[in-house]
Design a protein around this ligand. Structure first.
Ligand code: ADP
Length: 712
């Protein structure tokens, strides 16, 4: 096997060499180049994308930072303005209205002057913060009358007298706030007396004429007056008017019309809100409630927002400003802006604060600060900046807090890695920018590049494989041929050996005169003749085969009596094989026509069939030969009761050199050429050969020749 392989490889050396030089080496090297090219391509693309993304992150950072810087320098300028340095708060308010109020980045502004309550100009009115409690107490001369009026009103419930004393007080005082308070007292008495209409009139006057007046408790008179007006309308049964008044009041409270303290705001806002709800529940048929309800719902949203804002303001007041103060450098009068961030009550505070210089210029007077609207940054500034990013490859931006909470963009599967991660300077804002390759774009580009090389490689591999298959098939064929040759030589020599040995020994005996008996001598001669005939047949078979292989085999067709030919062949065969206990039964129909055949070839074919039948019948050497005809053909059938042929071999037995497995075990004789020649001969006669066989029962071969006169 190995020797055959070596020999086969040696014979096909040239082919293998050509394969290696023209296919294998070029394919392998091209494939290696292709793979390296793909890797290079990917690497360059990745680098390119990474650079692009890094630039994009830088862009985003600088766009946000520049907006924040701008705000910072605006604040610095503002802190230097006279209004702030002089702490002229109404001037400050105007200034802020111009510069800051419309800046969407700013959510809240605070001014924290050292030693004073911080205030929030966008949230509260300046005047309230600066308001002092002075100017409320009545002059001493009026004290007496005021007490009397109170006595009438609260003790005696003599409202008429109380009203006239209150009115008298108004005439005697020049203090506007006091007068407004007295007017409110008059209205209150009127309410108590049940004169709602009159009371409402007076309250209307107070709300209109004294918008800035306060009770001694610090409550705005106008607010209370409007509340009273509404309840007056309610008492009069004028539900619509009452509802209108309440809604207007609700809106004004929410829009911070009056500078209320947190507790005051909360109390009055919910008081009015409840009254409106009560109004709806009273279900006055003449009131078109739906219209009002819509407005009421909107105001309720505003209400919620304001409560939120109060919380922010309180946090700034109570926690952030003290912290900023502790961070403040007492030496510096004007230092660079402070960037500050803190998370309080799960709310993020992003602040800019600048120092307000002191009067004398030595120590800072306090802070001016803004809370930056994170929402605006995330919902407006960022998306707009992302949109403007110049990039050849589409990208996904994800912005998250340092804690991981995603603020913008879609959460990526954890397996996906950002090409670029960037942070803001000083972590302000305290966010992380991550840039990812957006899915389709990447693969689209990479695939496109890959296709070219990829398919080249695939083609090369296919070429390589088919080349290898071809080579191995050639070698396998070569090996098969080598094996056939070896087998053939060994079977042929074997075939030759026994008749030659027998001829030699018999001839020697005859020569040495050891055989005297005439009968015995005759027997020796006939055995020698038989063996010689056998050898002749064998040689004839081999010669015929080689002629067929070379395409030189010629047939000579003559008209012949098939029956006679068969009978003659069997007779000759039987005389040859008589010693072997052979029985041949012959049945030849009467009506066999003459056919044009090559007598020699047909005789040889028949001999081959008989030879096989005998060879493969180890026990019952019974052969049956039948010659019959049908419409179109003459059939010569040779049937034995031998070992039979397995189904899977029946197709192959006609191949050259093929020898059956059982057959080889059974008889060491044979060359595998017999049936090949039979088939060739029969086909040259335009006929065909058929086999029927059962293992262990026997075989039957039929030569079927067409009845048709043929010319050569
Ligand atoms: P050989 O007889 O020299 O082996 P053949 O071409 O005549 O070669 O036959 C090929 C094979 O067909 C045989 O090896 C045997 O396996 C099978 N064969 C042919 N004739 C018979 C038969 N009469 N009975 C069983 N096997 C047969």
């Amino acid at each position: 096997m190995l020797a055959n392989l070596k020999l086969a490889v040696k014979r096909q050396r040239k082919l293998i060499l050509i394969f290696f030089l023209t296919i294998f080496i070029p394919s392998i090297s091209l494939s290696v180049f292709g793979i390296r090219a793909i890797r290079n391509e990917r690497y360059h693309l990745a680098k390119q994308i990474e650079n692009e993304h890094r630039r994009a992150a830088q862009d985003l950072k600088s766009q946000i930072s520049s907006q924040l810087e701008e705000l910072g320098s605006l604040l610095e300028d503002l802190a230097q303005t006279d209004a702030l340095v002089q702490q002229d708060m109404s001037g400050v308010k105007d200034l802020l209205d111009d510069e800051i109020a419309r800046n969407s980045l700013v959510e809240q502004v605070f001014i924290a002057i050292n030693g004073q309550e911080p205030f929030f100009p966008l949230f509260q009115r300046v005047s309230y913060v600066l308001r002092t409690s002075s100017g409320l107490g009545p002059e001493a001369s009026l004290q007496e009358s005021l007490k009397r009026a109170h006595y009438y009103e609260f003790k005696e419930k003599n409202y008429k007298s109380a009203i006239s004393v209150y009115k008298g007080l108004i005439d005697r005082s020049k203090n506007i706030n006091f007068n407004a308070n007295m007017l409110a007292n008059v209205a209150r008495c009127l309410m108590k007396a049940g004169d709602y209409r009159e009371a409402i009139q007076i309250y209307k006057r107070i709300a209109g004429d004294f918008p800035e007046s306060f009770f001694s408790t610090g409550l705005p008179l106008a607010l209370i007056s409007r509340l009273q007006m509404a309840s007056g309308y309610r008492n009069l049964g004028e539900s619509q008017e009452a509802l209108n008044t309440y809604l207007d009041l609700y809106r004004d409270i929410l829009l911070m019309q009056w500078p209320l303290k947190e507790a005051q705001f909360k109390t009055y806002a919910s008081l009015v809100e409840e009254s409106i709800r009560d109004g709806f529940e009273e279900k006055q048929p003449e009131v078109q409630v739906e219209e009002y309800k819509k407005e009421y719902e909107q105001l309720k949203i505003l209400h919620r927002d304001k409560l939120d804002e109060w919380e922010v303001v309180e946090d700034i007041k109570k926690k952030i400003i003290p912290e900023l103060r502790s961070m403040q450098n007492p030496e510096a009068n004007r230092s660079s802006p402070i960037r500050y961030h803190e998370n309080l009550n799960s709310r993020d505070f992003l602040l800019w604060a600048v120092l307000i210089p002191g009067h004398s210029g030595d120590r800072p007077a306090g802070f001016l600060g803004v809370k930056i609207s994170e929402q605006y940054l995330i919902e407006e500034v960022m998306p707009a900046s992302i949109e403007k990013l110049p990039s050849n490859h589409s990208l996904d931006v994800v912005i998250s807090r340092l804690s991981g909470e995603i603020l913008l963009g879609e959460k990526k599967p954890s397996a996906e890695q950002a090409t670029t991660t960037a942070f803001f300077e000083d972590n302000f804002p305290p966010w992380r920018i991550e840039i990812f390759l957006s899915g389709e774009e990447t693969y689209g580009t990479l695939d496109l590049k890959r296709n070219f090389y990829f398919w080249t490689i695939i083609t090369l591999v296919l070429v390589l494989i088919s080349g290898a298959v071809l080579i191995s098939r050639t070698i396998a064929q070569e090996m098969a041929v080598l094996k056939l040759k070896a087998d053939f030589v060994s079977s042929v020599s074997h075939e030759f050996k026994s008749p030659l040995t027998s001829i030699k020994s018999l001839a020697e005996r005859l020569r040495d005169g050891k055989v005297k008996d005439a009968d015995r001598m005759n027997q020796y001669f006939s055995v020698i003749t038989q063996d010689a005939d056998r050898l002749t047949r064998l040689v004839k078979n081999i010669l015929d085969f080689s002629k067929i292989e070379e395409g030189k085999k010629e047939f000579e067709f003559v008209e012949a009596d098939i029956g006679k030919l068969v009978t003659q062949t069997i007779e000759d065969f039987q005389t040859e094989e008589i010693a072997k206990g052979l029985r041949i039964q012959t049945r030849i129909s009467e009506d066999i026509p003459h056919c044009e055949v090559d007598k020699d070839a047909l005789t040889q074919a028949l001999n081959n069939l008989l030879d096989n039948a005998l060879k493969f019948s180890p026990e019952r050497k019974e052969i049956e030969v039948t010659v019959r005809r049908d419409e179109t053909s003459v059939i010569i059938e040779v049937k034995d009761r031998g070992i039979g042929i397995p189904q899977n071999e029946q197709d192959r037995i006609f191949e050259k050199f093929y020898q059956g497995r059982n057959a080889v075990r059974q008889s060491s004789k044979g060359t595998g050429l017999g049936l090949t020649l039979v088939k060739h001969t029969v086909e040259a006669h335009k006929g065909r050969i058929e086999v029927e066989s059962q293992v262990g029962e026997g075989s039957s071969f039929s030569i079927i020749l067409p009845i048709r006169k043929r010319r050569k």
